[in-house]
Design a protein around this ligand. Structure first.
Ligand code: ZN
Length: 285
């Protein structure tokens, strides 16, 4: 940023057309986030600019804010294109880091456990359809660009991206961050938003809430015991939304917090301070 400012100042004294000056001043994009697989990236450009990720147009707010994600196994070379209000185009190659995920291989699992019951399968398919519909929503809320907070603090008992392989057959990767806590512990909203789904008894995820932060960014909260909110309700950051539980298919009470960019599942830890630093700060207060 500093470098660009000094470049535009130099141009100010050399340039003869105002067009060139405005181009240089506006030709800046600020990206916030980790350049790694699983990260949510927030961008800022001059109002009226357009942004494209790998050729696909991204929706930009009237103020110039936008968001996108890098999936769990995202290509390491991607390209962001920006078209500034005066027509100047900037191509920004993005090189991202590969992440290593924890893989557990389990063998000798009985066929009975491997074979799901048809009734449960039907319920799970219905849940999945409902969750996908909520994540597909576009709303013009701009809460996605806020600084997020942890919805719950405590010991992290599960991480994003980990995967179990059962008898050689890979299961779905784990897409959330798990925070262990007693049933009844209050969960708060990590940023402002509107409740797009609130269901007390999904087959796998139990009590489930989805909070829409706008422009495709949403948070999901799983295994809740008590839901305080209804679909359509507007929520402020820090507001209590539910209580931790052990509902759905789990072994113990915890919160599973997920961050989505439309159907892409992202790692929530890429947008909040480290849990260790937050716990240390709480202790010193
Ligand atoms: Zn989990």
């Amino acid at each position: 940023m500093k470098y660009l400012t000094s470049v535009s100042l130099t141009l100010f004294s050399l340039a003869t057309t105002s067009l060139l000056i405005s181009s240089e001043v506006n030709a800046q994009v600020l990206l916030t986030g980790k350049m790694e697989q699983g990260a949510l990236i927030r961008g800022q450009v001059a109002a009226g600019s357009a942004a494209f990720l790998n050729g696909e147009e991204l929706k930009v707010t009237p103020n110039g804010d936008f968001a996108f994600g890098f999936s769990r196994d995202a290509e390491l070379n991607q390209e962001l294109k920006l078209v500034y209000p005066d027509g100047l185009t900037q191509i920004k190659p993005l090189t991202i880091l590969a992440k290593e995920y924890k893989i557990d291989r389990l063998t000798g699992i009985s066929k009975k456990i491997m074979k799901p019951d048809p009734k449960a399968q039907a319920r799970a398919a219905k849940d999945s359809k409902q969750v996908k519909a909520a994540r597909a929503l576009f709303s013009d809320k701009t809460a996605f660009s806020q600084t997020f907070i942890w919805p719950l603090t405590g010991r992290i008992s599960g991480v994003y991206g980990s995967q179990r392989v059962y008898n050689g057959k890979p299961g779905n990767p784990h897409y959330g961050v798990d925070v262990a806590a007693k049933t009844g512990t209050v969960v708060v909203a990590p940023a402002d938003g509107k409740i797009s789904l609130s269901v007390p008894d999904m087959f796998y995820s139990g009590g489930t809430i989805i909070l829409d932060h706008g422009y495709g960014v949403s948070s999901s909260f799983l295994h809740l015991s008590k839901l305080y909110v209804k679909e359509g309700q507007e929520i402020k950051q820090g507001e209590p939304i539910a209580e931790v539980g052990a509902t759905g298919r789990v072994t113990g009470p915890h919160l599973d917090w997920r961050v989505n960019w439309y159907q892409m599942r992202l790692d929530p830890v890429t947008i909040v301070p480290s849990m260790a630093s937050v716990l240390k700060q709480q202790k010193s207060q």
